[in-house]
Design a protein around this ligand. Structure first.
Ligand code: FE2
Length: 232
């Protein structure tokens, strides 16, 4: 596992594939070096000593961030290896994972400790889950997790291919998974979150599973969220 620098003070690392709903999907984490030199990690992938060493060369790990109640699988290993890091996750995750020690919860109504470098908005309105979306200003990068999935069909079994197509998550046209869209009870709320994301004018957008958007992020996001009532 190797860190890839993708802009000013931002890196990604792709982890092992995992199986989800009959599909083989990649895992990806994002790291930001904050202005104070500390490292902020979004959705840690499987822990690996060599990966941790590469990160420590960037700076001390200060924050481990779980963006939604589904991205918690590898947090424990990271917390064990970096007990000084603050683990911060969404409402509901401490109940789901009582074995983890959270420093605080993601709360869009209060300023996050990394607010100087990273903006955020919470995408709500689906019965499935809420997701906190982030924006690293220095690199103009939007950081999404599961709201858009864009997996390559070559990696899938025949069943996996079929599911990916039905879910609408096949590269290059991957978008919000069908199950999430079906669970949407307040499309206006989702549209407001996407409007906030677009207002950041991101030039690139990371997603956790599949091919992410290295350029034209605003246009790509607008297209993939076209199931919401977005204003032109
Ligand atoms: Fe995910």
């Amino acid at each position: 596992m190797k860190l890839e620098s993708i802009g000013t003070d931002i890196w990604i690392a792709d982890g092992p594939d995992i199986k989800f709903m009959g599909q083989v999907i990649g895992t990806r984490m994002t790291l930001v070096r904050l202005a104070d030199g500390n490292v902020w990690i979004h959705s840690p992938i499987q822990f690996h000593a060599d990966l941790a060493k590469q990160i420590e060369q960037i700076g001390p790990i200060r924050y481990l961030v779980a963006p939604n109640t589904y991205h918690h699988l590898f947090l424990r290993d990271w917390q064990e290896h970096f007990p000084g890091a603050e683990l911060i996750g969404p409402v509901g995750l401490p109940t789901k994972r009582p074995d983890l020690t959270f420093s605080s919860l993601l709360d869009p109504s209060t300023a996050q400790p990394w607010a100087t470098d990273i903006d955020s908005v919470v995408f709500t309105g689906s019965r499935a889950f809420d997701e906190h979306v982030f924006f690293h200003r220095a690199s103009r990068t939007a950081i999404l997790t599961d709201l858009i999935v864009n997996v390559r069909l070559e990696k899938q079994s025949r069943l996996g291919r079929l599911i990916a197509q039905i879910e609408g998550v096949a590269f290059p046209n991957g978008r919000t998974p069908l199950l999430f869209r079906l669970g949407m009870r307040d499309k206006a709320a989702g549209a407001r979150a996407v409007a906030a994301i677009l207002a950041w004018e991101p030039s690139q957008a990371i997603i956790s599973h599949g091919e992410w958007f290295r350029q034209n992020a605003s246009a790509e996001l607008r297209k993939r969220f076209d199931w919401l009532p977005l204003k032109p």
